[in-house]
Design a protein around this ligand. Structure first.
Ligand code: BG6
Length: 253
């Protein structure tokens, strides 16, 4: 704690909390764009925060991505009954970065339970209507909708569109509407307004209002604008980020 104060991280946290109107900001030293251990530190900070807040049995919904994968790597038993569920359907990402894989890994390390969601993302409208009525999927969906903690990452809009092998006409739309961030399959402009949404099942933005905690974990200087954009669109509970992203946000956004 002393070292953190000396290095100015505590001051930076307070500054960001005020700037972004976020209840709590936790900053780890370094830049996760440059050093992989910094991303691991983000994961560790997220687990430490979970340990602090979780006092009773909980359902935790988790998105995919490399940052969430590092949270899974850092997971330890939380000594309550935890159920981990993927926040949304898979995104055709690398298997180790898919929410399904991540929740299974978290549950194993935490000695908790998990449910999987085996649906494509994006979903066509017809498949969507059929799939939400499928009993096993409907059951998992009800756990997801009732999750009290949501853990998620943020991506840069165009980087995520590319990772998801998004159709050209949608990439054009994202470019012309100046999308800068992506989270939960929603794309936002710098004001935090939704400019596009991927049709899939699972957590929708409006569901976040009824959770106890929304924990956003995202770092790296390159994500500064994406983080600033996402944090604008709602009052968030907790942001766990790194020094490079935080410094860039304070200076530029
Ligand atoms: C994806 C999530 O899997 O990971 C996205 O569905 C998120 O919502 C992204 O933006 C972040 O990925 P990373 O690898 O930068 O942590």
């Amino acid at each position: 704690a002393f070292i953190r104060e000396l290095s100015g991280l505590t001051t930076l946290e307070a500054k960001l909390e005020q700037m972004m109107d976020v209840e709590k900001v936790i900053i780890v030293a370094g830049d996760s764009d440059k050093e992989t251990f910094v991303k691991q530190e983000l994961g560790r900070a997220a687990v430490a925060f979970l340990k602090e807040i979780i006092k009773k049995d909980v359902t935790i919904a988790v998105t995919g991505g490399t940052t969430m994968a590092s949270v899974a790597n850092a997971m330890v038993p939380l000594n309550v009954k935890c159920l981990f569920v993927p926040a949304r359907g898979g995104v055709g990402e690398k298997v180790e970065n898919q929410a399904n894989t991540i929740v299974a890994k978290m549950a194993k390390a935490e000695k908790g339970d998990y449910r999987l969601l085996h649906v494509p993302d994006p979903l066509s409208e017809t498949l969507y209507q059929t799939i939400i009525n499928e009993p096993s999927i409907a059951e998992t969906l009800s756990y997801i909708k009732n999750a009290s903690i949501v853990l998620h990452g943020i991506g840069e809009a165009l980087a995520m569109a590319e990772r998801r092998k998004t159709d050209d006409h949608i990439v054009e739309k994202l470019t012309s509407e100046k999308a800068v961030s992506e989270a939960f399959g929603y794309y936002f402009n710098r004001e935090g307004e939704i400019v596009h949404k991927v049709r899939t099942i699972g957590i929708q933005l409006e569901d976040l209002a009824s959770t106890d905690y929304v924990i956003t974990v995202a770092g790296g200087k390159s994500k500064a604008q994406a983080i600033a954009s996402f944090m604008k669109q709602r009052k968030n509970d907790v942001l766990i980020t790194d020094e490079a992203a935080a410094t860039e946000i304070v200076n530029q956004y």
